[in-house]
Design a protein around this ligand. Structure first.
Ligand SMILES: N=CN[C@@H](CCC(=O)O)C(=O)O
Ligand SMILES: [Zn+2]
Length: 412
C-alpha cells in the first residue's frame, strides 16, 4: 500500500490490543482473555488514527510502498494502548502535606474537612491562584501522567466552588485540551464541597440556576466544552436529594453523569446513579449489594480508586464482587492534593494487591473500561483500526513484568 503515514511500530513481541472486536467494555470473562498478537505491528496515519494492526510480515507486505514519518523497531518489546486515568483532580494550588501528618496522628478525612481543612484548604489557595499559576502546575502534572503511560485523563474542576473560580479551573483544563498531546475528558465538579457559610441547598440552587446555565452559554460560544458533571455525594457534603437535583440538571444540559458516591458512608449513590443513567460512579467503598446489582444492570461503570482506600485506610471497594456481578470495573488514580499519585501502573498494582484484581482485569480496567467510563471507548482504550493512535511501548517482552514506558505516543 502506498501513501504517507505517521508511525509504524514494527514487530512487537506482544501487541496487547486489549480487545479487537469493537467491544465497548470488558466484563470479567472478557478481561481474563485479553486480545494479544505476537510478532505484530501497528500503523498510525497522519491524522493520528490507527490504520492497520496485524502480524509483522503481513503489515510489511501490505505497506511495502508506504513511507512513515517514524518507524520504531519493537522487537522484544511490548506495545499496549495508552492508559486511561478515569478520575483525577489535577488543577489546584496549596500543598496539604501537613494534613498527612494529621492523618498519621489519627485524624479522619472528614474530621479534617469539617474543621475547615481538606478540600476547603485547597479551595482557599486555588481561589487566590492566577490562571497562569494553575496552568503551569497542571501542565507538569499532565506531563508526569503521560510519562507513566496515561494518554487520556479525566480532569475535574471542584476547588473553586464559586462560579468565578470554577470557570478559571475549567479554562485551564480547556487550554491543556487544546495545547497538549494528551487526551482530556473534562468534568465540572462545582458540587465537590459546600462552600463555607452556605447550606447544601443554597449551593445546589446556585449550581443549577447560575453555574450550569453559564457552562451551557460557554459551550455554545465555543469557549469551554465540558464533558461530565460530578457531585461529591456524601454525608455532610451533598445528600442524595441535592445530588439528584444537580446531576439531573447537568444531564439536561448535555453533560454525562460521572460522580463520587458511597465513599465514606453508604448513601445509595449507586442506586441513584443507575436510575439517572450515570455513565460512571467513583469510589464505592460503601456500596450496597442492591447498588452493585443496579449498576451492573444499568451498564454504569464503577471507577475504583485504590490510592484513596490506601491513603485514608478505608475498607477496599469490593472489586471481586462487582466483577462477579457483571459490573464494568474501571480504574482511576484520583490524583489530588490528598492522594498524590499520577501513575496508572502503580494504581493497577494496588488494584491487584489490595483489591485482588488479576493483572489482566487491572489492564482492562485501566484501558477500555476507563475509556467507557468517560464515554470514549469508541475511540480509545484498545488498539483497533480507526481508534486514536494512543500507544505505549514498554521495554519488556510481557505487559505484566517490570518494564518501563519508553515511548508514550498520544495523538491528543
Ligand atoms: N472524595 C472527594 N474528592 C476527592 C478528594 C479531594 C480532596 O481531598 O482534595 C477524592 O475523590 O478522593
Ligand atoms: Zn475524586
Amino acid at each position: 500500500m502506498a501513501g504517507e503515514y505517521r508511525l509504524l511500530l514494527e514487530n512487537a513481541q506482544q501487541l496487547v490490543l486489549v480487545c479487537g472486536r469493537g467491544e465497548k467494555y470488558l466484563l470479567q470473562a472478557g478481561a481474563e482473555r485479553l486480545a494479544v498478537l505476537r510478532h505484530a505491528s501497528v500503523v498510525v496515519g497522519r491524522d493520528g488514527y490507527i490504520k492497520a494492526v496485524g502480524q509483522a510480515d503481513a503489515i510489511r507486505n501490505q505497506f511495502s510502498g508506504a513511507s512513515f514519518e517514524r518507524v520504531i523497531d519493537c522487537s522484544g518489546k511490548c506495545v499496549l494502548p495508552g492508559l486511561v486515568d478515569a478520575h483525577t483532580h489535577p488543577v489546584w494550588a496549596g500543598d496539604r502535606v501537613h494534613e498527612f501528618a494529621m492523618k498519621l496522628a489519627g485524624a479522619s478525612y472528614m474530621e479534617i474537612h469539617q474543621a475547615g481543612g481538606g478540600i476547603h484548604f485547597t479551595v482557599e489557595h486555588t481561589q487566590k491562584a492566577t490562571e497562569e499559576e494553575l496552568f503551569s502546575t497542571f501542565k507538569h502534572r499532565l506531563e508526569r501522567m503521560c510519562r507513566a503511560g496515561s494518554t487520556l485523563v479525566e480532569c475535574k474542576s471542584g476547588y473553586g466552588l464559586n462560579l468565578e473560580t470554577e470557570l478559571k479551573m475549567l479554562r485551564v483544563i480547556e487550554r491543556a485540551k487544546r495545547s497538549m498531546d494528551i487526551g482530556i475528558s473534562s468534568t465540572y465538579c462545582g458540587a465537590h464541597s459546600v462552600p463555607k457559610g452556605r447550606t447544601a441547598t443554597e449551593a445546589t440552587d446556585d449550581i443549577i440556576h447560575n453555574h450550569l446555565p453559564k457552562l451551557k452559554e460557554l459551550k455554545l460560544s465555543g469557549e469551554i466544552h465540558v464533558n461530565n458533571i460530578d457531585v461529591f455525594c456524601e454525608k455532610g457534603v451533598f445528600d442524595l436529594d441535592s445530588t439528584r437535583r444537580i446531576l439531573q440538571a447537568g444531564k439536561d444540559t448535555g453533560l454525562q453523569i460521572n460522580f463520587h458516591g458511597d465513599e465514606l458512608h453508604p448513601m445509595k449513590s449507586a442506586e441513584l446513579g443507575a436510575e439517572l443513567g450515570a455513565q460512571a460512579i467513583s469510589h464505592l467503598e460503601e456500596v450496597s449489594d442492591e447498588g452493585i446489582t443496579a449498576m451492573a444492570r444499568a451498564k454504569c461503570a464503577a471507577v475504583l480508586l485504590p490510592t484513596t482506600a490506601y491513603m485514608l485506610r478505608l475498607k477496599q471497594p469490593q472489586a471481586r464482587k462487582m466483577l462477579k456481578e457483571g459490573v464494568i470495573v474501571a480504574l482511576g488514580s484520583d490524583f489530588n492534593p490528598n492522594a498524590y499519585c499520577s501513575s496508572m501502573p502503580i494504581v493497577m498494582h494496588l488494584a491487584c494487591v489490595n483489591m485482588k484484581m488479576s493483572m489482566n482485569e487491572a489492564l482492562a480496567a485501566a484501558t477500555i473500561n476507563a475509556a467507557y467510563a468517560l464515554g470514549k471507548s469508541d475511540t480509545h482504550g484498545s488498539i483497533e483500526n480507526g481508534k486514536q493512535g494512543d500507544l505505549i511501548i514498554i521495554n519488556s517482552s510481557s505487559p505484566s513484568s517490570h518494564g518501563h514506558v519508553i515511548l508514550c505516543s498520544s495523538t491528543g
